[in-house]
Design a binder for this molecule. Structure first.
Ligand code: GTR
Length: 438
């Protein structure tokens, strides 16, 4: 009898996992792919067919990519593997600048917002290095007014200027390069990205929200004369020669936001989540990997060189991302065009660098370019390191659609490449669980 029951359970598990695998493939193959153009897909050998994914072997996240040593416990991994993983990722994204030699925060504006629910602050961060140059960028933050103790917060860069995240007339337009040229068009962006930044909902849930415009830190353009104007020019080449890699410099600015949080007693600096969408999701992951002050890390549709496994030839690849966005990375990345299997590390190891702190990976069902399955795979492959730290409630490849809220988190949202209110609801849930709120 017991044998029959066991056999039945085994068969059900098998069919269940087969069923989910099939639906995963079917979801992706039943659609037509309109992006990018056919010519581009040919030139960069972009694959969108699940059956055409070539077999690959992922590097073991417990193994030191330089010496080949494999750790056997968490302490061993922290001592003997983690530093070499950090070094390998710094080679790909380029090292981040050192801490600023001097820094000050000036409150540009402060007032009541969201019908009295929040305090708004606009803080200019002034940065100095070893040269005479001083640079700056502006943080916009909303803090719940009902708070009786320091609050947890979400830090999320924005794509179109601070004024784009909320229709709030007090938000100052950024004094920097922008893809949007005319002042009228810039002003017209006020509040236009509010659906991706549901600040009132965030504040109602007891969290502060902090943002800055990524292009004020490093202009998001391939134009060298413009992006050389990024904030890292405060350093001489002797001190910091790697001034041309956007993601590492955006990431460095996120760490400066953490420096600011540490100065503001209204904010709980032990409960800060760094979050980002798409290119900013890649940046959030790198930041969480390198700056352990961030207690929680969230990637929204970060795709290639974010949460997606590079060795899995599906969607955007290194050839394509380097053709469009070489300025996001170090020059070293050129070596991996059509040679992802030669990369010393893959993206599950970036996620593993966040362990034991919680990481959350969001994917969008129709976002083939970002490879939803490859992103879940990276999260699942990072389990090895989370397990080393004793985590038990970890995701598996068999739950692509169900939101997963364990030691790490995951969901796939129906629809396209976007950061949506629905995503925020899951992120807030996950953050509340890990920050032990209510
Ligand atoms: C795309 C790029 C992606 C993603 C996205 C974004 O064009 O290929 O890697 O980062 O931009 O940031 O919106």
């Amino acid at each position: 009898m017991i044998n029959v029951i066991l056999k039945y359970i085994a068969v059900s598990i098998f069919t269940l996992s087969l069923g989910t695998q099939i639906s995963f493939a079917a979801q992706f193959d039943s659609q037509k792919y309109s992006f990018p153009s056919e010519a581009w897909r040919k030139r960069h050998k972009i694959n969108y067919e699940e059956e055409m994914v070539k077999p690959y072997i992922l590097p073991d996240p417990l193994t030191n990519p330089i010496t080949g040593y494999t750790a056997t416990n968490a302490f061993d991994w922290l001592e003997n593997v983690r530093p070499a993983l950090v070094k390998s990722f710094e080679d790909l994204y380029s090292p981040r600048p050192p801490r600023p030699f001097a820094m000050r925060f000036e409150i540009l504006e402060k007032g009541e917002a969201l019908n009295g629910k929040a305090e708004r602050r606009q803080v200019r961060v002034f940065l100095r290095g070893d040269t005479d140059i001083e640079t700056h960028f502006d943080i916009l933050l909303y803090i719940p007014k009902s708070a009786t103790k320091p609050v947890p917060s979400f830090v999320n860069m924005n794509f179109y200027g601070n004024h784009s995240v909320l229709d709030d007339p007090e938000i100052i337009l950024s004094d920097c390069w922008s893809k949007i040229k005319s002042e009228e068009a810039k002003e017209a962006m006020r509040g236009k990205k509010a659906d991706s930044n549901p600040i009132e909902h965030i504040v109602d849930n007891g969290f502060a929200y902090l943002t800055f415009y990524h292009s004020q830190v490093f202009p998001d353009t391939a134009d060298k004369t413009i992006n050389s104007q990024n904030v890292s020019r405060i350093f001489s080449d002797g001190v910091f020669p790697h001034k041309r890699a956007a993601i590492s410099i955006w990431s460095w600015a996120l760490s400066r936001v953490m420096d600011y949080i540490e100065t503001n007693p209204q904010l709980d600096n032990g409960k800060v989540a760094v979050l980002g969408h798409s290119r900013q999701g890649k940046t959030a992951l790198l930041t969480g990997a390198l700056d352990t002050r961030f207690a929680l890390v969230i990637s929204n549709a970060s795709g290639c060189m974010g949460a997606k496994i590079s060795r899995r030839n599906y969607g955007e690849n290194i050839s394509s991302i380097m053709a469009n966005f070489a300025y996001w990375f170090s020059d070293e990345m050129k070596n991996y065009i059509f040679a992802e299997d030669k990369m010393p590390v893959d993206q599950h190891q970036l996620l593993s660098l966040i362990a034991p702190r919680p990481v959350y990976v969001e994917t969008c069902q129709e976002d083939y370019w970002s490879d939803p399955k490859g992103q879940l795979e990276a999260l699942v492959a990072a389990n090895r390191v989370y397990e080393l730290f004793g985590a038990k409630d970890l995701p598996a490849m068999s739950n692509p659609k169900a939101p997963f809220c364990g030691a790490t988190g995951y969901h796939m949202r129906a629809g396209k490449h976007k950061l949506a209110l629905e995503d925020w609801k899951y992120f807030i849930n996950f953050a509340k669980k890990h920050f032990c709120i209510e």
